[in-house]
Design a protein around this ligand. Structure first.
Ligand SMILES: Nc1ncnc2c1ncn2[C@@H]1O[C@H](COP(=O)(O)OP(=O)(O)OP(=O)(O)O)[C@@H](O)[C@H]1O
Length: 696
């Protein structure tokens, strides 16, 4: 084989091979590709093939996905394509890239042996001299190297708290993408292709590389719009795939986005003419081979196939029916601008914001790194997962985790406690002798605080500084005792720098107590609300504190089974000598939280509580997200939440009148957006802040 450079061109020349050579290689190559794709197609026999369950899907590497997309988008009329170019399963990873101006065929037949079946590496593309006249351009998706994309992601996050339906979300995302990538256009004849080339060339010059971050493109073809839309849709877990064909252009790499709404309906999203408009997948789309977007939800009109209700069944039918892959489908353009139904998950009545007002540019340059992690928390904490209930089974589950043995333990039993209160599980739990601390081992010092469940003292235990919370009630009612057991059981398995460390418990009345590490600066609440707090705690330190809370809460929410605090508030956050924040007081707080409307309305602390908790409705990790929003508000404003309102007024305002604390204008807009997203109604928090666990 002739010597070629790594981009598939003969060194110093344009690619050239004899006709016979090309035919032979072309045949071999197509055969190999067909075999490979056929083996992929065989997976359609798997009844789960189309099920959306990302947890079970191994995540493809950026190179693998880029390669697949590149080859398929360039060769889609040569080989049969299964389920579009990027499926619902595929999340576009950071590092994904799309190569323009270079044919995968040329690359493949001329690549070195070790590069066969590979995409040109990112490094080799990055090393191309942009001035060498080659038509190569690489569009990169990587939020870490792309401030434009980062900013778009923040904007989507901030928009998401106002979305009331999937349709709303799609509409705003499509507008965002369209607006960003050159605006609406009815045909590519309007010069978009030319404008894209000009924009790409200018960027190449300006950036000094052929690698163009997608967020920097001011003009985008349909394939770029589709990629950007999918990236943003992935961010908010809107099921989206990219398929061949586009209503507006006839380019080889024409692509469109399809979104899945409800469980068995998918629609093509318009990203050009009428951004956000949805149409049936079998509407006429241009592509090189007149192939229309085929959809497992939309059976070919050539054959009468019954409508299947089930996604899985539809998928199977789609793949069993050979013709559905590449058939020029009946043009069903009439009435294809379908206004989709609202997903039940999203049917809530929250305020709608106009896109214009949301399109304000957020200055990403002054985003502190900590903010990335705040978003991380909001995302991470919202992963769908069962809540830790308060029954015995869960305690057993928790106790399956191991705990290092403390240096010295005694053998106290529970003689003083009414045996009737012991359930089997909690009894077993407490019989773990390593856990008990004798009251006599504690050297009690000054009193440091008082909460609704007891008095807290500073003490020494085995030369360590500890805090001892002596429970108010020592004559235990069964219910109370279980609360005590619960808090201890939960805490004893937790190990995290942002969670107060449990040392043990005194389990013998009249000294029933919980012993934790001593955290020297006391509560965050006290620290924030003293007159010179702004001097002591500069903004960066306060954001770092928010990040600590994020970290600790993420740990609790990721715990198996997840732990919901339910009473997250600044008085329950302790600050150590290094200003590290540690979360405390969970366990008991769950039951306290449940009783606000019934018994504690007047004396409780509803200022941090989520509306659903105040209304005594079902709550989960998202309730903690709301409370975190209040803490973040306290950290940036240094004000006390609802300072001039009584508890009952707060319950009425937040719980029943959708009122929220005011965010002053001088708050960093990114932080303000984060706070607002924490304060969305629970359904919006749930459905649209289901964001991936990764750094923003
Ligand atoms: N481990 C600790 N180290 C240092 N100070 C602590 C520790 N635990 C609690 N405190 C202090 O004791 C105070 C009372 O704590 P406690 O957890 O009993 O009540 P609370 O959280 O303030 O109120 P409530 O229990 O009603 O929610 C805290 O505000 C804090 O200042």
């Amino acid at each position: 084989m002739e010597s070629v450079n790594k981009y598939g061109y003969r060194k110093g020349t344009t690619p050239f091979k004899s006709w016979a050579q090309q035919t032979e290689e072309s045949y071999q190559l197509q055969l190999a590709l067909v075999l490979r794709v056929s083996s992929r197609a065989a997976s359609a026999d798997d009844p789960n093939f189309l099920d959306i369950n990302p947890a079970e899907q191994p995540t493809a590497s950026p190179e693998t996905l880029s390669h697949r997309f590149w080859v398929f988008s360039a060769w889609k009329n040569v080989v049969p394509i299964v389920n579009g170019c990027l499926s619902y399963f595929d999340r576009i990873p950071d590092g994904f890239y799309l190569i323009h101006g270079m044919d995968p065929y040329v690359w493949t037949i001329s690549a070195d042996q070790q590069d066969m079946g590979q995409i040109p590496s990112y490094e080799s593309l990055k090393a191309i001299d942009p001035c060498n006249g080659l038509p190569i351009k690489v569009v990169l998706i990587n939020k870490f190297r792309d401030p434009g994309l980062k900013e778009l992601r923040y904007r989507v996050m901030s928009l998401s708290c106002n979305w009331v339906s999937a349709e709303d979300a799609i509409h705003q995302l499509a507008n965002l993408v369209c607006h960003r990538m050159g605006g609406a256009a009815s045909t590519e004849g309007e010069g978009l292709g030319v404008r894209w080339k000009e924009c790409a060339e200018a960027l190449k010059d300006c950036l000094g590389t052929v690698v163009l971050p997608i967020g920097s493109l001011s003009v985008g073809l349909c394939v770029h719009r589709a990629l950007l839309f999918k990236v943003l849709a992935d961010l908010v877990y809107l099921p989206c795939r990219i398929a061949e064909g586009c209503k507006y252009c006839k380019r080889d790499d024409a692509s469109s986005c399809l979104v899945k709404i409800a469980s068995d309906r998918e629609y093509v999203v318009d990203l050009f003419g009428e951004p956000g408009a949805l149409s049936q997948p079998d509407s006429s789309l241009n592509s090189r081979s007149s192939v229309l977007v085929s959809s497992p939800f939309c059976h070919p009109k050539l054959k009468a196939v019954g409508i299947s209700q089930k996604f899985r069944t539809s998928g199977k039918q789609h793949f069993y029916n050979n013709q559905s892959h590449k058939v020029a489908l009946h043009d069903a353009t009439s009435g294809d601008n379908h206004k989709c139904s609202v997903s039940p998950l999203l049917q809530i009545d929250v305020r709608k914001s106009t896109l214009d007002s949301d399109l304000q540019i957020l200055d990403s340059s002054n985003i502190f790194p900590e903010l990335r992690n705040l978003s991380h928390f909001i995302k991470g904490s919202l992963l769908p997962s069962p809540i830790l209930p308060i029954g015995h089974g869960e305690i057993q589950q928790i106790s399956a985790f191991s705990r290092p043995k403390p240096a010295m333990m005694n053998n106290l039993s529970f003689k003083g406690v009414n045996q009737a209160v012991w359930s089997t599980a909690s009894h077993e739990l407490f019989l773990e002798e390593e856990f008990n601390i004798a009251w006599t081992e504690l050297i009690i010092k000054n009193r440091i605080g008082r909460g609704s469940f007891g008095t807290v003292h500073r003490a020494k235990w085995q030369d360590a500084d500890v805090a001892v919370k002596v429970l108010e009630e020592q004559e235990f009612h069964a219910h109370r005792f279980e609360e005590f057991v619960r808090e201890v059981a939960i805490m004893k398995h937790l190990r995290h720098p942002n969670i107060v460390l449990l040392m043990g418990a005194v389990t013998q009345p009249p000294y029933l107590s919980i012993v934790t590490e001593y955290v020297s600066r006391g509560s965050l609440y006290k620290l924030l609300h003293v007159p010179d707090s702004r001097m002591v705690l500069d903004e960066r330190r306060r954001l770092k504190m928010a990040y600590d809370v994020v970290n600790g809460m993420n740990y609790l929410h990721q715990f198996k089974p997840p732990i919901v605090h339910r009473d997250l508030k600044s008085p329950n956050l302790l600050v150590d000598s290094n200003y590290t924040v540690k979360i405390c007081d969970f366990g008991l707080s769950r039951s306290k939280a449940n009783t606000y409307l019934s018994s504690k309305t007047a004396e409780g602390t509803p200022e941090w509580m989520a509306p659903e908790v105040l209304r005594e409705e079902l709550s989960d990790e998202k309730s903690d997200v709301f409370s975190f929003g209040v803490i973040l508000w306290e950290l940036v404003t240094l004000q006390q939440p609802w300072r001039n309102s009584t508890s009952s007024q707060v319950i009425g305002a937040v719980g029943f009148n959708s009122k929220r604390l005011e965010i002053p204008n001088n708050v960093n807009p990114v932080v303000a957006a984060l706070i607002k997203s924490c304060w969305a109604e629970i359904f919006a928090r749930h459905s649209l802040l289901l964001l991936p666990i990764e750094e923003m």
